[in-house]
Design a binder for this molecule. Structure first.
Ligand SMILES: NC(=O)c1ccc[n+]([C@@H]2O[C@H](COP(=O)([O-])OP(=O)(O)OC[C@H]3O[C@@H](n4cnc5c(N)ncnc54)[C@H](OP(=O)(O)O)[C@@H]3O)[C@@H](O)[C@H]2O)c1
Length: 254
């Protein structure tokens, strides 16, 4: 009887690992939490980073933590601060906008000024920044905007913010067409342990996060690095556009 000959062969395909090495990434909101983790991640991957925030001291501390970063002052709610900012920068490969606060207020208690405040921060600001960046963004580059779990899981007092972040998800799909070949995506974080939650929950934070974690399929809430890795994938993945990447530990499902 012929002995069966089993041969394992390995096909070596010419693959190029997506890379951020040598790329210039601008992170609006890079002084804290998710934005700071994104900046740290892209620098680890070999990119050069520009951090944008409102406070020079926070920018300096973030840049020191990362090792090296260009620092620029800019306020998302003041689009005029961005019209000249991009002229001062080298060409941009990737633009990431994570800047934002948790402006939650019941509609009954919201004035028209409160409503405009949220829309300025979440929609008018980011769109104005994208517009200002277009002259400097390479055609091979990409944009990542920030949505959030509220887009799909409502909470009391979250109507305006929910509407704004849900709009971001619709906007990235439209801009992926309008701005092509520049790729446009969004990341949608669930609960992520950042300084934002310190101010949101105050002394109740530890208890609130423990109970939120117990309800999640992952059994834990997010870390800034979880979201940073997802953003890194959207930046380096040259075939991904018009996508909303949920990084929520399954929060939409429970
Ligand atoms: N953490 C969560 O559980 C969670 C969940 C869903 C969505 N998100 C969203 O994810 C994004 C990042 O949140 P985070 O948790 O990382 O918050 P964070 O730790 O408080 O960081 C917020 C960042 O945004 C910047 N920023 C805020 N308002 C700004 C403005 N008007 N102009 C320029 N920069 C501004 C801050 O910079 P300066 O203060 O130094 O200017 C800081 O770098 C936010 O949009 C947030 O709504 C967070």
């Amino acid at each position: 009887m012929n002995e069966a000959i089993v041969a394992c062969t390995e096909t070596t395909a010419e693959t190029t690992r997506p890379t951020l090495a040598g790329r210039h990434v601008v992170v609006i909101g890079g002084t804290s939490g998710i934005g700071l983790a994104v900046a740290r991640h892209v620098v680890r991957e070999g990119a050069e980073v520009t951090l944008v925030g409102r406070d020079p001291e926070r920018l300096r501390r973030a840049a020191e933590e990362i090792g090296h970063a260009r620092q620029c002052i800019g306020d998302v709610r003041d689009s005029s601060s961005f019209s000249s900012l991009f002229d001062t920068l080298p060409e941009v490969d990737h633009l990431v906008i994570t800047a934002g606060t948790a402006s939650l207020k019941a509609l009954r208690e919201s004035t028209p000024a409160d409503l405009r405040w949220t829309l300025e921060e979440r929609l008018v600001g980011p769109l104005s920044i994208v517009r200002a960046a277009l002259g400097r963004l390479r055609a091979t580059g990409s944009i990542v905007l920030t949505s959030g779990l509220l887009a799909e899981r409502p909470i009391r007092t979250g109507a305006i913010l929910a509407g704004a972040v849900a709009a971001i998800e619709a906007i990235v799909r439209s801009l992926a067409i309008e701005l092509a070949p520049i790729r446009v995506n969004a990341v949608s974080p669930g609960l992520v342990d950042t300084p934002l939650l310190d101010s949101f929950f105050g002394d109740a934070k530890h208890e609130a996060l423990a109970s939120a974690a117990a309800a999640l399929p992952t059994g834990r809430i997010g870390r800034p690095d979880d979201v940073a890795q997802a953003v890194g994938l959207l930046l380096a993945g040259g075939f991904i556009t018009g996508e909303v990447l949920h990084v929520d530990g399954g929060g939409r499902l429970v």
